[in-house]
Design a protein around this ligand. Sequence first.
Ligand code: C5P
Length: 206
Amino acid sequence: MIIAIDGPAGAGKGTLALRLAAHYGLPYLDTGLLYRAVGRLMAERGLDLDDSVAAGAVAEALDPSHIVDGDLRGREAGELASRVAVHPEVRAALIAFQRDFARRPPGAVLDGRDIGTAICPDAEVKLFVTASPEVRARRRTDELNAKGRHVDYERILEEIRERDERDAGRASAPLRQAEDAVRIDTSALDIDGVFDLARAVIDAKR
Ligand code: C5P
């Protein structure tokens, strides 16, 4: 069984994906890490993020099994990721790894922006997990503040809106809900609520 989870930044995809993977005994791939690793490598090497050929070469040479998430999950890497993710060369270079991961028995849980639309269009389960930009910004601000990293809500909201625009507005595999995906709006739900809803959708399909 392949479970494809897509949606905008900060909607709670990762948390849901981890719980579903544990519940159904499936491996989990956070595909955002691939783009984050490419963005980070480009920055470390002083390469121009808008150079699609250079970015494609970095993605081609990436060994995803060696990605150490370290500080890749932060805001800066997220921004770098969305800059390099617009290049078709980068996306093409990362397809095979993602598809192989998904197709190996017994299947997998993958989360990202284009899993249900481009990477695994035949996935048995497609979820589109979303929430209003305000709710996502509020959650992210609280999360960072709880870690002692004081950030401004308005600033985070602006970053989220920019990322949504770039991810949904790009020509190559933009963020959008697959026609056969089930939409879960997490704005008014807690983690358990989201998990229960997703499980009900999945169990109905099995
Ligand atoms: O999900 P995460 O926030 O880690 O993704 C970082 C960025 O990587 C996204 O904003 C998006 O631009 C890009 N991405 C993508 N396709 C995916 C996963 C991530 O374009 N499947």
